[in-house]
Design a protein around this ligand. Structure first.
Ligand code: ATP
Ligand code: MG
Length: 138
């Protein structure tokens, strides 16, 4: 069993596809073990995406992520990190495989609907960033 953090980003909430995204995870046998809707602060978004702080798109990314509410969740299942990344598709929706969340729903490399942890260490950091032990229901 493995846990991963996923976020329906502000564009996904605005497009009314929260259930669509979560439904795809559930249909593949991943379980939601924690879930909350929140509006990220600038500091909160900067801390979450700190690994990208030197990237040219960092300011734009944090502005985008604070532009509206998001839905943050923890998903559990065998090989959850890789499976969620597979369902999401490539960062740039133009390069994402058919049938993936980003191919089907996303507009641009920035407004790409969904986040998923990319490795066990990042999953641990990201889950702890948004949830405490009492909020995890595995
Ligand atoms: P995420 O971390 O959100 O799951 P990812 O792992 O596919 O996405 P990263 O390289 O970690 O992609 O980039 C984090 C986020 O930053 C992307 O999802 C996207 O919203 C934004 N981003 C990445 N590259 C660019 C870019 N070249 N221009 C604008 N925004 C970008
Ligand atoms: Mg990433």
């Amino acid at each position: 069993m493995q846990r991963t953090l996923s976020i329906v980003k502000p564009d996904g909430v605005k497009k009314n596809v929260i259930g669509n995204v979560i439904g795809r995870f559930e249909s593949e046998g991943l379980r939601v073990v924690a879930l909350k809707m929140m509006h990220l602060t600038q500091k909160g978004a900067e801390g979450f995406y700190a690994v990208h702080s030197e990237r040219p798109f960092f300011a734009s990314l944090t502005e985008f992520m604070t532009g509206g509410p998001v839905v943050v969740m923890v998903l559990e299942g065998d090989n959850a990190i890789k499976r969620v990344r597979g369902l999401m598709g490539a960062t740039n929706p133009a390069e994402a495989d058919e049938g993936t969340i980003r191919k089907d729903l996303a507009d641009s490399i920035e407004a790409n609907i969904v986040h998923g942890s990319d490795a066990p260490e990042t999953a641990e950091f990201e889950i702890g960033y948004y949830f405490n032990a009492m909020e995890l229901h595995g």
